[in-house]
Write a protein that binds this ligand. Structure first.
Ligand code: AMP
Ligand code: GLY
Length: 419
């Protein structure tokens, strides 16, 4: 079958890498892809937000199944659009995508179905914000309702800071929404929990630990993610049972009840304290870079899992994993997540010829036979060996080999669990 994978990050490169292990996959088109996917798939240079043009390209290339990596096309209804044209799509509908597209939608679902999360109130003007802030202790979490490319959450140390932030959102700092959520600050440790669901059945498709801050020791600015490992060391059997019974099942059932059947990857961002999980946020897709670590460990055929989800025939058998842990380290352009230079040449990249170690590309492009950096996050060195430490050492070794003047990466990914 010809498959299209939408997106251009490390997540999408790792999805293509894993899908190509399936005997049922013939050709993969990555749309628009990067220099890494260009090596193993055919890249199609199409604007993923122009659904009409995308559809023409799907027809031309006889693509039968589309797998959507990032959230934005999902929130704007790519699934509904393509399904109406009889293309199979892996990813939730526009209505169901509100779980990530609107934080207010997600919090209201939690309230309605008793899903444990931080206390919150919605505000749409500064007077009510002033009143609501009186009810919260510092630090106070302020969130923009809509998509904000990872910049929509601020942890405020004072009520004045919170008020300032709220004013900016109400004044239209983010195009996606002018609504605000004021939220209780949750203490604990974070973990990412992934399920795949066809709207009725579901199964766990990995756990991971992301590292969002730019600096070692989890310091400095927030980023899209500077590295991850899988499985999470935080989630034991007792916690997992609570995640499933108190969070995942009520969500899948609740979404059906309100007429928003959810199909695809459901990524729960969790805060865990004293063995109790609380939901921080939902994402409607795999995490990036968590996906890279998951795909390195996944033993089952990803294509089978995806097709049975789309066809609503997902079974309840647990997914099989390779025995070793995995780690992925992101190499970014120096200066990310603020200002950085692009179009720097990368050379001496390790050959991607081992099943258990890969350099997944993100912001790269092949121009005149040279690989150039084109974004903030550029490479993902992903390894699975017998221990987390051995995996990290090898991932660092691979990145050190790459010649690239702008290279920055954290050497401490996994520091909480690697002694
Ligand atoms: P989000 O954009 O929703 O992923 O939030 C970004 C990050 O903000 C999360 O990964 C947490 O580290 C932090 N965060 C969000 N909400 C809360 C909360 N209620 N309490 C503590 N930290 C939070
Ligand atoms: N790594 C966090 C995310 O993909 O949202």
């Amino acid at each position: 079958m010809n498959i299209g994978v939408i997106g251009s990050g490390g997540r999408e490169h790792s999805l293509c890498f894993k899908l190509l292990q399936s005997p049922k996959v013939k050709n993969i088109f990555c749309i628009p892809g990067n220099a890494g996917t260009d090596e193993i798939c055919k890249n199609l240079e199409v604007d993923i937000m122009n659904f009409n043009k995308l559809y023409l390209s799907i027809i031309k290339n006889n693509i039968k199944l589309i797998i959507v990596g990032p959230e934005t096309p999902l929130v704007y209804g790519i699934t509904d659009f393509l399904q109406k044209k009889n293309v199979k799509v892996f990813g939730p509908s526009k209505k169901a995508s509100q779980l990530e597209g609107s934080k207010i939608f997600m919090k209201n679902l939690c309230r309605k179905f008793d899903i444990p999360c931080a206390q919150y109130e919605e505000v749409t003007d500064i007077e009510s914000a002033n009143k609501v802030l009186e009810k919260f202790n510092v630090p106070i979490v302020v969130k923009s309702d809509g998509l904000a490319a990872g910049k929509g959450v601020t942890i405020c140390g004072s009520k004045d800071d919170a008020l300032n932030d709220i004013k900016n959102i109400l004044n239209g700092k983010f195009n996606s929404s002018k609504k605000v959520i004021i939220e209780e600050f949750l203490e604990g440790e974070e973990a990412s929990y992934f399920v795949v669901t066809d709207g009725t059945n579901f199964k766990q498709i990995g756990t991971a630990q992301d590292h969002k801050r730019i600096g070692e020791g989890d310091t400095g600015l927030n980023t899209g993610g500077m590295g991850a490992y899988s499985p999470s060391q935080l989630i034991n059997d007792e916690i997992e049972e609570k995640i499933i019974n108190k969070i995942i099942i009520p969500t899948i059932k609740g979404m059906n009840e309100i007429g928003c059947k959810y199909k695809g990857i459901l990524y729960a961002g969790l805060m865990i304290k004293n063995n109790e999980p609380k939901l921080i946020e939902y994402n409607i897709r795999f995490g990036d870079p968590e996906c890279q670590a998951l795909m390195m460990r996944l033993e089952d055929d990803l294509f089978d899992i995806i097709l049975s989800t789309v066809d609503e025939k997902l079974d309840n058998k647990p997914i099989k994993w390779l025995p070793y842990p995995s780690i992925t380290i992101v190499a970014a352009s120096k200066g990310y997540p603020e200002n950085f230079e692009i179009h720097k040449e990368l050379s001496n990249l390790p050959k991607n010829d081992h099943r258990n170690e890969q350099i997944f590309h993100a912001g790269t492009k092949k121009i005149n036979n040279k690989i150039l950096s084109t974004g903030g996050r550029v490479l993902n060195s992903t390894v699975s060996l017998q221990s987390m430490k051995a995996s990290r050492d090898r991932a660092i070794e691979m990145l050190d080999q790459v010649k690239w003047t702008n290279k920055y990466y954290r050497k401490d990914i996994g520091w909480r669990v690697i002694k």
